[in-house]
Write a protein that binds this ligand. Structure first.
Ligand code: G
Ligand code: G
Ligand code: MN
Ligand code: NA
Length: 254
């Protein structure tokens, strides 16, 4: 079987799973949200297959569309369960360019929110800067439709592409995610963190929020706090873990 065939079966057989990685507000340390990250519990594989090994294939063959629909539904269902436990976390879902290009996407999102009962303001869609600028006018209309639903948009891997800031400013983007390469530079020998600091300042001047990714050390956390970054995500708080682990560690439940 090809990887594509095995992936198609994986979706049907329920072998795909979501792990969640918490995000905390820097000023208070409070947990404010979770990013949903896909893994594949493939039969015969040792451990879970990471997304880098199958998402690019899924994007190439179009399977990313049904996979993305599953991810969206599952992440919203899980976040509604945490909501029912009293949490008011956002859930961030990664959206591929191929999903964003489909004109029916906002309607799919609306239907999932209705079916799961998750308040729209607790859903964040993460799109990459590269996907956003592929067809800017289409993206802009799409994001405006999604914003109308009350869902917010986050720009992932920000600063790693080549898009112009003038373009980004035309999009209804609420937060940018500072890529972990820039965070790690803050404490690398020879690195100075100037890019991370510049991106945070830029986001502030655009009225956008910031989430720093890949925060691994206390020193990085302190540097980010001094740079007025709003929130952090990374191994310092937790690795991506199964929903059950999040429930036990952060939601005070079973
Ligand atoms: O989970 P990991 O830490 O290995 O994530 C690696 C990459 O896979 C990230 O760039 C992330 O954006 C992407 N990814 C993880 N989950 C999903 C998903 O559900 N959909 C899409 N399109 N990409 C995902
Ligand atoms: O969607 P995105 O490309 O941002 O996916 C986040 C990726 O970064 C995932 O592969 C996740 O497992 C990984 N990651 C999350 N936190 C850390 C961290 O603190 N350090 C490193 N090196 N990777 C991280
Ligand atoms: Mn992401
Ligand atoms: Na990222």
């Amino acid at each position: 079987f090809s990887l594509e065939q095995r992936l198609r079966l994986a979706l049907d057989r329920g072998e795909l799973v979501l792990h969640y990685q918490p995000q905390a507000e820097l000023s208070s340390g409070r947990i404010i949200g979770m990013e949903a990250l896909i893994r594949w519990n493939a039969p015969g594989a040792s451990g879970l297959v990471p997304p880098v090994e199958f998402i690019p294939v899924a994007e190439e063959c179009g399977l990313i569309v049904p996979i993305g629909q599953w991810v969206l539904g599952e992440a919203c269902r899980q976040n509604k369960a945490w909501y029912d436990l009293g949490q008011r976390w956002t859930v961030s879902v990664n959206v591929s360019a191929a999903q964003l290009m489909r004109s029916g996407f906002p309607e799919e999102v609306r239907a999932v929110l209705e079916q799961t009962g998750l308040p729209p303001e607790l859903l964040i869609l993460e799109i990459t800067e590269t996907a956003a600028v592929r067809d800017l006018e289409h993206t802009r209309r799409m994001l405006l439709d999604l914003a109308q639903l009350g869902v917010s948009i986050s720009l992932d891997d920000f600063g790693t592409g080549y898009s112009s800031l003038g373009l980004i400013r035309q999009l209804p983007v609420k937060t940018i995610k500072i890529d972990r390469s820039f965070v790690q530079e803050m404490t690398d020998e020879g690195g100075n963190g100037a890019i991370a600091e510049a991106l945070i300042t830029l986001a502030l001047s655009f009225g956008m929020g910031t989430v720093a990714e890949g925060v691994e050390t206390e020193e990085q956390r302190e540097r980010l706090a001094r740079s007025r970054c709003a929130a952090i995500q990374g191994y310092l708080l937790s690795r991506p873990v199964p929903a059950q682990t999040i429930t036990k560690k952060f939601a005070g439940g079973e």
